[in-house]
Design a protein around this ligand. Sequence first.
Ligand code: ZN
Length: 377
Amino acid sequence: MARDFYEILGVSRSADAEELKRAYRRLARKYHPDVNKEPGAEEKFKEINRAYEVLSDPQARANYDLFGEAGVSGVGAAGFSDFGIGDMGGFADIFETFFGGGFGGFTSSGRRSQGPTRGEDLRYDLKLEFREAVFGGEKEIRINHLETCKTCQGTGAKPGTRPVTCSTCGGIGQVRRSARTPFGSFTQLTTCPTCGGSGEVIESRCESCGGQGHIQVSKKLKITIPAGVDNGTRLRVSGEGDAGLRGGPPGDLYVYLFVEPDPEFQREGNNILSRIKISYLQAILGCRIPVSTVDGEAELKIPAGTQPGTVLILEGRGVPRVGNPVARGDHLITVDVEIPTHITHEERELLEKLAKIRGERMGKGGLEGFLGSLFGG
Ligand code: ZN
């Protein structure tokens, strides 16, 4: 049965920070396992630490007052639960570590950094062909990420052994350093040099991972590219980042998409743009001609009298909307009209006849005059 934190420290519920600190200091010295060899002293010491940790943090104390221990279960609970007291340094060490200098108590900044840590997110740049972006599909990629070592289950310790609590910091992962300066004495929290902040030290390293707890693994992944993605789209592949530490969840893999330009098509949002060339006769008379679309060949109707630069629309032949591939943009086709620079003698005669019918005045100069002299008109 958990005892009341105020009771553990022997103070009233209205005790102020100074009273708490005094009570804690007195009890911690009394029950410190290096001093007190009585059975149960270690348990008592842990209990005192836990009580003080919560009550010395105003926010945690407020939660505790309202909800009891359930209100503070997240507050550094792991920090003392597996305190390897036996592995600690001497009395002086631990007091240097915990209480040195300013004796600030255990606030959030003094919390042990040993909890589960989520793995890093990773980035992978993937090139897609124009059509792959339009229609989506599966792509196989090869990534390198950290995976939890199977031999040691991520502990980094040789199977059959366990990491032990770091004796330098007592498992906190941080040490207090006092520095004297002309302006006074300062206390600083720094990462423990022995364990690098993990709070644990591995005595016999796992041979598979060299004590890291994770291994760099090259892995093939099938990525499903949804239809309609574009240059700059980012896909998240959940859980394929680096493995987490100490049982933490893995990070995610972010696949950044880069779409290669296409010789025929351009893209504007969900619309596809392209150009076609038709002859002046096709423009004047109208026609049906085959055009290339992302779906393959389609027939485009050129109305009679189409002007150069006209944009014709093939509805629904554009890019599918991401998440709703049934809805597609359009294919917009800009019409270029070619005026021939060379015509045959026969063509020229026909065109001149046509000009006469339309009552158009043909100049002798310019291109007409030039063509006339060429074709003996
Ligand atoms: Zn291992």
